[in-house]
Design a protein around this ligand. Structure first.
Ligand code: BES
Ligand code: MN
Ligand code: MN
Length: 454
């Protein structure tokens, strides 16, 4: 292992330069004009894996392609399945980027680029670790498989079916995912829970066409007014969701979890500053960490309706739409939650408006038990990579496919993320600390060693 660690340090620049090639591909899965770029990124990763001696192929799905690769040269040893994603979020608003979103740039020890932290840079720590082992030792201490997809940011719509058809390929002892963050700088972290998500849209129609607001305004219903009333009816004044049944299946965290979280250095002022907001918001009887890690939410993501262009227009809009999503916590069923919200929305709909409720993608939350030998291996590996003992945290974000790994394949998962809370993933000026890239890759090198002796 020491040889691999040395290789990693000695080859820092060439390794980063290769990551830059991957980062330059604008593989935005949500935008049609980038379909070929997602494919290019998949092909790039498959080529890289093959060059390392990890036999890999691009597989077609009904949507974007994915990459599967394997190296099974350690018979009798455990098999590790690494999962990551090479698709990224859209980059708008462009004018807020200090350097172009797909031009990897180093400033003050950070690597700036869309995908630097979410997830190309984090995923690449494991490619770097495999490269270091194979180049320095000519072998890996365990069997490895890589499953790298191009649809994570759109909810992995085609991956569950693909996995179901390739179950034998994915046989493994443990899944390793680096697509989360550390609690704070220098707090290596293992994530024990992700929230789930249920997306939906509320559409309001009050007439067959927009009308002149002089001739009709004040005497006919306005779609935006109706939609606004419905939206404000979904929370109470202090931020609790006012949908009957919404909190029915919500579990409280264990006393043990709560007390370990209370020892984490959470500072509300730093949180407020890093979020760029004036105050926190939400359930007043819950701490900020509890709100993000243990409580479900109902968020408004976008709102459309009426005149959105330049200047003014005298109309009464006939149609308005809100895009929304609920973050879910363990035991909540996305279908059940959506049905509860739908009923509340319909209850708020006035008789003179047509209100439509469209269900989108949904995935339940996951929780990861901490009492396994795999978690013990990850703890030891992070300690080796970062020089300090990791903490157990949860995250408020979601990674859809983890549900399939945990619930359908019964695979233990290690969520060992190297990002930071202020990496601005999904936002302009996304970054990843180069120090954390290096410490992440070191941890991955150590993890392969640790897993080989379990
Ligand atoms: N890497 C994130 C998930 C994440 C975000 C973990 C923040 C920890 C903290 C992932 O790429 C992501 O953005 N997931 C989406 C999933 C959605 C499209 C179903 C999310 O959480 O919105
Ligand atoms: Mn991600
Ligand atoms: Mn993401």
């Amino acid at each position: 292992m020491d040889k691999a660690l040395k290789y990693l340090d000695a080859h820092r620049d060439p390794i980063l330069n290769e990551l830059f090639e991957l980062l330059r591909i604008p593989s935005i899965s949500a935008q049609r004009e980038h379909v070929n770029d997602v494919r290019k990124a998949a092909e790039w990763v498959a080529r890289k894996l093959n060059a390392l001696g990890i036999e890999a192929k691009v597989f077609e799905t009904a949507g974007h392609p994915l990459v599967y690769g394997e190296w099974l040269g350690a018979p009798g040893k455990p098999t590790v399945l690494f999962y990551g994603h090479i698709d990224v979020q859209p980059v708008e608003p462009l004018e807020e980027w200090q350097t172009p979103p797909f031009e990897p740039t180093i400033r003050e020890g950070n690597l700036y680029c869309r995908g630097a932290s979410d997830d190309k840079g984090q995923l690449y720590t494991h490619l770097a670790a495999a490269e270091a082992w194979l180049a320095a030792d000519g072998t890996l201490p365990v069997n490895v498989k890589f499953l790298i997809e191009g649809e994570e940011e759109i909810g992995s719509p085609n991956l569950p079916a693909w996995i179901n058809e390739h179950r034998e390929l994915l046989a493994a002892d443990v899944v390793v995912i680096s697509d989360t963050a550390q609690f704070a700088a220098d707090y290596p972290s293992l994530c024990t829970g992700l929230r789930g998500i249920a997306a939906f849209e509320i559409e309001v129609r009050t007439g067959s066409a927009d009308l002149h607001s002089g001739s009709f305004g004040g005497a006919v219903p306005n779609a935006i007014e109706v939609l606004s009333r419905i939206l404000t009816g979904l929370h109470d004044e202090v931020g609790r969701v006012s949908v009957p049944g919404f909190y029915d299946d919500v579990d409280e965290p264990s006393a043990e979890e709560k007390s370990s979280w209370s020892r984490l250095p959470f500072d509300e002022a730093t949180f407020i500053a890093s979020a760029g907001v004036k105050a926190t918001w939400g359930e007043p009887d819950r701490s900020v960490l509890e709100r993000i890690w243990t409580r479900p939410t109902l968020e408004f993501v976008g709102i459309m309706g009426g005149h959105q262009g330049q200047g003014h227009k005298g109309i009464v809009p006939a149609r308005a739409v809100a895009k929304c999503s609920a973050r879910l916590v363990p035991k909540q069923d996305p279908k059940k939650v959506l049905e509860a919200i739908r009923q509340r929305v319909m209850q708020l709909a006035p008789p003179y408006a047509e209100v439509l409720f469209h269900c989108g993608h949904g995935t339940p939350a996951v929780s990861i038990p901490t009492d396994s030998k795999w978690v013990a291996a990850a703890v030891a590996a992070l300690e080796k990579g970062f020089g300090s003992r990791p903490v157990f945290i949860r995250e408020g974000g979601s990674i859809s496919i983890v549900t399939t790994f945990v619930r359908d394949l019964h695979l233990p998962c290690l969520l060992m993320g190297f990002g930071l809370p202020d990496d601005r993933i999904h936002s302009p000026n996304e970054k990843f600390s180069l120090k954390d890239f290096q410490r992440g890759a070191r941890s991955s090198i150590a993890l392969l060693q640790e897993l080989s002796v379990r």
